[in-house]
Design a protein around this ligand. Structure first.
Ligand code: IMP
Length: 427
């Protein structure tokens, strides 16, 4: 199985680190294909815990080449500080490859992110404030700055001036802020150029050769399916394609080369930021999920909104990603409930709806229709095989699999690295 995509099947934060751990030493390349330092995953190696935002998780495996693809937006200051943080802890980061076509997040993107959110007031998206949306907007508007521009000062200056021309008008006239001086930005960006140079590469060439040579290449999605700019709960989404197709455009690898698409699915649902969330809980159960599941964002430190499992969303993720498998995470968090509600369909304007409505108005009005599955109270964190799980936990997993449209190939039963039940091997 040379090329695998691993992505969040819900609103992100499904626990991708766990899946990457399971794949461990068998992966040759780990590639980020979209997003930027808005992502966040915690990877545990031995007794060490690493919180990564921009770097692919493969940076921690000595045999693996970590790659930042063309579809990622890169804040160079953040990248260099993540690298030096790892170097200080003795991690060799010299194998990293950075696409020369990746776009840069500059200080004016971060400023624009914050001022536009403030301007939106109650209609705000609840972004991570990392400049992600404005950097992608510039890319699409063709006024973005790419990694390769760092190596041509005159082009860089022209591009920064062009990008700031319009933004400075907005900042001064609409947002009542001071204009940003192009020369200062150019100087700052040039300051990163030499440090980044050893990593810059033609990553599409490297990755296609790797796939052709039968190497195991893992494309690691940031965020999740419902935060995808096209297929998510627009406008409450991130500004890139977090779904499987994004792996092709964001890494320059054709769809015929992808063998398997694995959706990470939490045994319940969480979301950060604004936007609709049919199974959201505002009661003690929601609070308990948040507490037991440690549901606080790695990137922003915000409490995550919590709710029961939503099979309509899981089915949708199977459809828009062409999922071949699921990795079910955090099953242990549900231990102790007498019965566990699972949303099997929605009620919208008095009608039962089985599939995610394409209309956001309908989705906003969707009320969950629950089925109640019998719970379990036994500790499941020591389970090594599916048969080790209590009967009701087995029943819960089987029910989710039947409703979600793809086999569950692995189950996370505890926070530790090895607390995973592998049913079908991924590689
Ligand atoms: P942005 O990506 O910072 O523009 O934020 C857009 C939306 O995506 C907000 O609701 C964020 O909370 C959400 N978001 C961005 N990155 C992540 C992530 O890694 N996990 C979960 N939510 C995220």
């Amino acid at each position: 199985m040379p090329a695998l995509v691993l992505l969040g099947a819900q609103w992100g934060d499904e626990g991708k680190g766990k899946a990457t751990d399971l794949l461990g030493g068998s992966v040759d390349y780990v590639v980020r294909y979209q997003g930027g330092n808005n992502a966040g995953h915690t990877v545990v190696v031995g007794d060490q815990k690493y919180a990564l935002h921009l770097l692919p998780s493969g940076i921690l495996s000595p045999g693996c080449v970590p790659v930042i693809g063309n579809g990622v937006v890169v804040d160079p200051a953040v990248l260099l500080s993540e690298l030096s943080g790892l170097n200080e802890r003795g991690i060799d980061t010299s194998k990293l490859l950075l696409s020369g076509n990746a776009h840069l997040i500059t200080p004016y993107h971060t400023t624009m992110d914050k001022v536009t959110e403030r301007f939106l007031g109650s209609r705000k998206i609840g972004t991570t404030g990392r400049g992600i949306g404005p950097a992608y907007a510039d890319k699409i508007n063709r006024v973005g700055i790419r990694v390769q521009d760092l190596y041509d000062e005159s082009i860089l200056t022209q591009k920064v001036e062009a990008a700031l021309d319009f933004k400075n008008q907005l900042l001064a006239k609409l947002y009542n802020r001071r204009a940003i001086e192009a020369g200062r930005i150019v100087e700052e960006l040039l300051g990163y150029a030499e440090q980044l140079k050893p990593f810059v590469a033609d990553t599409t060439l490297v990755l296609n050769r790797a796939v052709d040579d039968g190497k195991v290449v893992l494309f690691e999605g940031g965020q999740g399916t419902l935060l995808d700019i096209d297929h998510g709960t627009y406008p409450f989404v991130t500004s890139s394609n977090a779904t499987a197709g994004g792996a092709c455009t964001g890494a320059g690898v054709g769809p015929t080369k992808i063998d398997r698409v694995i959706g990470i699915l939490k045994a319940y649902t969480t979301r950060v930021g604004s936007g609709p969330f049919p199974t959201e809980l505002f009661d003690d159960d929601g609070e308990a999920l948040r507490r037991i599941g440690g549901e606080r964002g790695v990137t922003t430190g915000r409490d995550r909104r919590c709710g029961w499992f939503d099979a309509v969303i899981a089915r949708y993720a199977t459809r828009v990603n062409g999922l071949t498998d699921f990795f079910l995470t955090k099953l242990d968090v549900l231990t102790g409930w007498e019965r566990v509600p699972v949303c099997v369909a929605y009620e919208i304007d008095g009608k039962r709806v089985e599939e995610l409505p394409y209309s956001q108005t309908d989705f906003h009005h969707a009320k969950p229709i629950y089925e109640f599955l019998p719970g379990w109270s036994e500790d499941i964190t020591k389970a090594k095989t599916f048969a080790d799980l209590p009967k009701n936990a087995q029943g819960y997993v089987k029910a989710l699999e039947d409703m979600s449209g793809a086999p569950i190939s692995a189950i996370g039963v505890g926070p530790g690295r090895t607390e995973t039940i592998e049913i079908n091997s991924f590689v």
